[in-house]
Design a protein around this ligand. Structure first.
Ligand SMILES: *[C@@H]1O[C@H](CO)[C@@H](O)[C@H](O)[C@H]1NC(C)=O
Ligand SMILES: *[C@@H]1O[C@H](CO)[C@@H](O)[C@H](O)[C@H]1NC(C)=O
Ligand SMILES: *[C@@H]1O[C@H](CO)[C@@H](O)[C@H](O)[C@H]1NC(C)=O
Ligand SMILES: *[C@@H]1O[C@H](CO)[C@@H](O)[C@H](O)[C@H]1NC(C)=O
Length: 200
């Protein structure tokens, strides 16, 4: 009788342990197999977009190939169900754009502020973001280049903010093709007309 009792208590303990182990394993394996939402082609497109930019304050540090889920990259939001990137939100100065009238007291203040702005070229790879609805590149410094014509082909855009980003030249009529647009901000173009023309 006593042996049977101790045997059964041993086996129930054993069972408990197994259950605990099984739970632990299922938890940890769930964590490891967390699905990556990001679509591979869109991750590649974002990497090419980053490649064209100069990012002196490393705002795009999370944008690296090893970091597979581009939906978690800085400034990126994906659609929950499809995984398509639907927002690229990269305003300079963390969205608190200083007015043009702000004057800087020292050269260093000026250069530090200027580093907060992305520079460079805007890659056509953005066209691979098939469901892009929101594009905010405001308050950066594109040094007088024209707004790329291809932006007019981002058919799903509802929100486009390119204000205070020192674009120059004429506004391409292709933007008129954006039939879903609710918000368009192009304020504060560069004060000079650019001679550089972006191929777009
Ligand atoms: C996306 O998923 C999160 C967490 O599951 C949820 O809180 C959020 O409301 C969802 N957003 C959309 C737009 O469906
Ligand atoms: C557009 O961007 C500017 C500069 O970042 C910001 O101040 C403004 O609120 C934005 N406009 C809209 C409608 O979101
Ligand atoms: C976009 O706009 C341009 C100029 O307004 C026009 O020539 C072109 O056919 C349009 N493209 C599409 C895909 O609608
Ligand atoms: C900008 O360019 C347009 C077209 O080339 C020209 O008509 C306009 O006068 C220029 N504006 C300035 C400020 O140079």
């Amino acid at each position: 009788m006593t042996t049977r009792l101790s045997f059964s208590s041993f086996s129930s303990c054993h069972l408990c342990l197994l259950v605990v182990l099984a739970l632990f394993r299922s938890c940890s394996s769930k964590q490891n197999s967390e699905p990556v939402l990001c679509i591979d082609a869109e991750r590649q497109a974002l990497l090419r977009f980053k490649h064209g930019l100069t990012d002196e304050t490393h705002r795009l540090a999370s944008w690296v190939a090893e970091n597979k889920d581009c939906c978690n990259w800085y400034g990126i939001t994906c659609d929950n169900s499809t995984g398509h990137v639907h927002r690229v939100h990269l305003p300079g100065h963390g969205g608190h754009c200083p007015a043009y009238s702000v004057s800087y007291f020292t050269e260093k203040e000026y250069t530090d502020a200027s580093k907060q702005r992305l520079k460079g070229d805007i890659s056509r790879s953005l066209l691979d973001l098939k469901q892009l609805k929101h594009l905010d590149l405001s308050c950066n410094d594109f040094r007088g280049i024209q707004v790329p014509k291809f932006i007019g082909s981002l058919q799903n855009l509802k929100y486009l903010n390119l204000s205070n980003s020192k674009f120059g030249g004429t506004i391409p009529p292709q933007l008129g093709n954006l039939s879903n647009l609710n918000v368009l901000c192009l304020g504060s173009f560069h004060e000079f007309n650019s001679t550089r023309n972006q191929q777009a």
